[in-house]
Design a protein around this ligand. Sequence first.
Ligand code: AMP
Ligand code: GLY
Length: 424
Amino acid sequence: MKILIIGSGGREHALSWKLAQSPLCKKLYVASGNAGTAQVAENVPLDGEDFEGLGNFVVANGIELVIVGPEVPLVAGIADYFAEKEELKSVKLIAPKKAGAMLEGSKDFAKEFMNQAGIPTASSKTFTQETLNEGLEYIQNHALPVVLKADGLAAGKGVIIAETHQKAKATLREMLEDKKFGQASTKVVIEQYLQGIELSVFVLTDGKDYVILPEAKDYKRIGEGDTGLNTGGMGAISPVPFAQGDFLAKVESQVVLPTLEGLKSQNIDFVGFIFIGLMNVEGNPYVIEYNVRMGDPEAEVVIPRIKSDLVELLDLTAQKRLSEATLEIDERTATTVMLVSGGYPENYEKGKEMTGFENLPSEIIPFHAGTKLENDKTLTAGGRVIALTALGKDIKEALEISYSGAEVIDFEGKYFRSDIGFDL
Ligand code: AMP
Ligand code: GLY
């Protein structure tokens, strides 16, 4: 089978690393990929939002299966574009259509969806510029801290947790009046702050059946001890020790099943990944957010734990035959530590030469995120540069391996958190 993955981060390297191992994979392309995907696939210089360019490439190269990694093309309707084109409609896709991608593309839609489906989530109310004064009043009467969320996609920056009413009101004005996040903050969801431990659960569905993939915990803040600015993710661990047995059973019955039922009842035919961000509040799951894709860096720990053939699994999913699939999971713990460019998530430099690959311990799976090849050199090309994944019998063993790699790979300005897993 000829396969195309869309995206260029660590998640797409993890996907391509796994798909390339399958005997069913005859040829693998990644658009646009990075220096890591180039080792297992052929990179294609096409952007995820260039639907026409991607469609033409798919036809010209006889691609049979397309997997869409990031959210932007999904929310922009890449699956609808393929479904509407005569020459593309038979291509198998792992990508929800726009209607399903709204679960990630609009926090207001997601809230309404959860409330209708009876899915546990923080209580909330949505405001627009027209209802700004009501929003300010709502904040004044709200317990602290209070959470404000830009409705649309904001590259992980659209959530503000305000400790005072004054800060919350100023933030609401910035979002609605000053359009701090552009179109994305035309609506703002104000919600109750949930106190608990976060984790993420990943579901793969063909719109009828589903499988639950291993759960993971992501470390979002830049600084040790979960301090400082939010990032795309500084490291991840799977499985999550506090989320076993009872808790996962509650997640399935109280969140996963009602989510899939809710989609069906709204006639939303969802084929793809559902990433459910959860807060464990005293042993009960509450949904913080939905994403309609795999997480990054969560994919870098979830995918290495999948023992089954992922081409077969995704192919069956795209054909709505997921019920025929089997899913075998590695019992070991996977950890990943992200090396980032100095200054990230604010300003940082790119184009730094990366060294040390030849000295990486063989147990490490290096998943490139922001890297590129130039004149046979691997250069940094983004804020998050490379995720070092390892498997071990427990968190401690896996992390020791991941961290031994973090010392070996070098580039000017390298930074990583040395406390991934500190809370477990
Ligand atoms: P999101 O962009 O929705 O993933 O939110 C970013 C982060 O904000 C989450 O990972 C949580 O750490 C935090 N967050 C979002 N909503 C809440 C909430 N209702 N209560 C507490 N923390 C939250
Ligand atoms: N690591 C969080 C995300 O992929 O959204």
